[in-house]
Design a protein around this ligand. Structure first.
Ligand SMILES: Cc1ncc(COP(=O)(O)O)c(C=O)c1O
Length: 385
């Protein structure tokens, strides 16, 4: 049948291009460790930056909320109502992000894919003027695509280019869509400068804080604190150690999304266990300055170590450190050699990253022990071998 043949052809092509992706079964023998094919490896690829996914307080609160509220949320929030505890959690999230209000979603991908079209509706839907960083995450593209918008892309983190592109559209409603920490390059956007550009052009700034939340900014509040007035999206499955996402902004924005964002209206609410874990993470994160400092100093040491072997780490200045290897097969071979040395870091290939920039993406965690981290540094030599 044509359908099966087409699937086989697509998978064959992925194989030929060294781009085939496979799901690998793993077990979690302890914080920052993974058991892959019977071997215990140091996990240097997950986004569990503060190690909270294994924290006893998160596990205990998740269990407590299951006992109090049940295993599932039963329906969408507008149908079944919202647990008081979840409303309180949203107030706490808003306080953490220093905004008026917040709204929880099931996943970051869902939030970006669903919220952007709802916002663009306010400015002509498919005709909305949307200025996007070239390296934006797939979920941000999904939101633009769902709205039928043709994005106007500025060069990565090049705010002069953004200004140049936006200037001819003075007086028209515009959106600027970007990440505050880029998921694959580990560099930061200048959020204060972005906010100033948005103010000058009366544009809405939409900031994806997936990799900044919990890790950067005062008490881990992210980089959007330097961009008051932005619509802020962040995830709860990375540094927060649980799952889901939030949108933070004005009360009017949240009220609008409750009325017009289909991905919120027509989706079952997040499970109580997840919300309980997020609630516990919020107790811990503001006080984790020591962990955040450790993460940043380790990331700097890793970049230095990679540089000793002549490996480019782009403009990384965070816990995400890319090791650029160029071709897909080189990145895959490096992943295998590193794995043989006891470290799991995943080869990231196009189309996730631009052509010719296949890489290993290291994602560090404050939960790595000193010995884990030294083993990781020792293993770096095999990458370029
Ligand atoms: C920048 C960015 N935005 C959004 C997401 C999606 O978040 P989630 O994993 O919660 O769906 C990711 C996930 O990796 C991401 O890196």
């Amino acid at each position: 049948m044509w359908f099966d043949d087409a699937i086989d052809a697509a998978l064959d092509q992925a194989d030929r291009e060294h781009r085939r992706r496979r799901i690998r079964p793993v077990a979690i023998p302890g914080p920052r460790l993974v058991l892959v094919d019977g071997r215990q490896l140091i996990d240097a690829c997950s986004n569990d930056y503060l190690g909270l996914s294994q924290h006893p307080a998160l596990k205990a609160r998740a269990i407590e909320w299951v006992e109090r509220f049940g295993a599932g949320a039963r329906a969408a929030r507008l149908v079944t109502g919202t647990l008081e505890a979840v409303s309180e959690l949203e107030v706490r999230l808003a306080q953490f992000k220093q905004t008026e209000a917040a709204l929880i979603f099931n996943a970051g991908y869902q939030a970006n894919a669903a919220v952007l079209p709802a916002l663009f509706e306010l400015a002509g839907g498919r005709d909305a003027l949307v200025f996007s960083d070239r390296l934006n995450h797939a979920s941000l593209h999904a939101g633009c695509a769902a709205a039928g918008v043709r994005q106007i892309r500025f060069r990565h983190n090049d705010l002069a280019h953004l200004e140049e592109l936006i200037a001819p559209h003075a007086g028209k409603p515009c959106f600027i869509v970007t990440e505050s920490v880029f998921s694959m390059d580990g560099d930061r956007a200048d959020t204060a400068a972005l906010a100033a550009i948005a103010r000058r052009h009366d544009a809405v700034l939409y900031l994806d804080e997936a990799h900044a939340t919990g890790v950067l900014g005062p008490q881990g509040r992210g980089l959007a604190v330097a961009a008051p007035g932005a619509v802020v999206m962040g995830t709860l499955g990375k540094a927060f150690g649980a799952a889901g996402a939030y949108i933070a902004g004005s009360q009017a924005l949240i009220d609008y999304l409750v009325n017009r964002c289909a991905g919120f209206i027509y989706s079952t609410a997040p499970a109580p266990a997840v919300c309980g874990a997020v609630d516990a993470a919020l107790d811990l994160i503001p006080a984790m300055d020591g962990e955040r400092a450790l993460l940043m100093s380790r990331a700097a040491r890793l970049r230095q170590r990679l540089a000793e072997f002549g490996i480019n780490t782009l403009a990384s200045s965070t816990q995400i450190v890319p090791a650029i290897l160029g071709a897909e097969d080189k990145a895959l071979a490096a992943q295998q050699r590193l794995e043989a040395a006891g470290v799991l870091a995943i080869a990231i290939r196009p189309p996730t990253v631009p052509e010719g920039l296949a890489r290993l993406r290291f994602a560090l965690s404050s939960a790595h022990s000193d010995a884990d981290f030294e083993q990781l540094l020792d293993a770096i030599g095999v990458i370029g071998a």
